[in-house]
Design a protein around this ligand. Structure first.
Ligand code: GLN
Length: 228
């Protein structure tokens, strides 16, 4: 669809995924939120941000209910079958996480017979699925990160898989009794997504805006506002 001055693009983000999107003093804030607002301002288009379960974002785009998908969304080949991604805007990857007093699990090799909790529709969940036989763990699925952290802190699950920028931020700011262990399980980059082959003009505005923000220092300001 062509950009028109009164068109309001609907942006879907995760329901809560600090530091990328979360509510603070009643306001939706975070790196994704600031970034898409700054891009929209730079490129002169209007947006409306909606929060939802992460696994619902791409289906909502496919159903025509959203124009843009974010939410610390990793660029993957699988997703590229249904969406087009912007240039990468943040380097991430999945870490294995256990309770901070757990001395038995130091890597995937220690997961035999254990319960691993993952969040529906994420890169962490597909990594867990692919490797369940090799490492012999069982999988518990939840729909948001807070529940995933809870399952491990209360002992219902032994380990979880979460993007390292997110788990590090949660441990540092939320005082969660969790720790990351072992090697990083994946390396990936976050991108801003639009429905495949249908939004070339919007994608170009997003990429142009992102490039401008990187050049004029605004991008660094946004990142520094949330991360040291
Ligand atoms: N980066 C991960 C993914 O894209 C997790 C995103 C999330 O949980 N919001 O699957």
């Amino acid at each position: 669809a062509a950009a028109t001055p009164d068109k309001v693009y609907k942006v879907g983000v995760d329901n809560t995924y600090p530091p990328f999107e979360f509510t603070k003093d009643g306001q939706l804030v975070g790196i994704d939120v600031d970034l898409i607002n700054a891009i929209a301002k730079d490129q002169g288009f209007k947006i409306n941000i909606e929060q939802m379960d992460f696994s619902g974002i791409i289906p909502a785009m496919q159903a025509g209910m959203l124009d843009v998908g974010m939410g610390g969304m990793s660029i993957t080949d699988k997703r590229k079958e249904t969406v087009d991604f912007s240039e990468p805007y943040f380097a991430a990857g999945v870490s294995l996480v256990v309770a901070n007093d757990n001395k038995n699990i130091a890597s995937l090799d220690d997961l035999s017979g254990k319960k691993v909790v993952v969040k529906n529709g994420t890169v962490g969940a597909s990594f867990a699925d692919k490797n369940t036989e090799e490492y012999g763990y069982s999988i518990i699925q939840v729909s948001d990160s807070a529940s995933m952290f809870q399952e491990v802190t209360n002992g219902t699950a032994d380990a979880l898989m979460e993007d390292y920028p997110v788990i590090s931020y949660a441990i540092a700011t939320g005082g969660l009794k969790l720790q990351t262990v072992g090697e990083r399980l994946t390396g990936d980059n976050y991108g801003i997504s639009v429905l495949k082959d249908k939004n070339d003009e919007l994608l170009k505005m997003i990429n142009d805006g992102l490039a401008n923000l990187k050049e004029n220092g605004e991008y660094d300001k946004i990142i520094d506002a949330y991360l040291d």
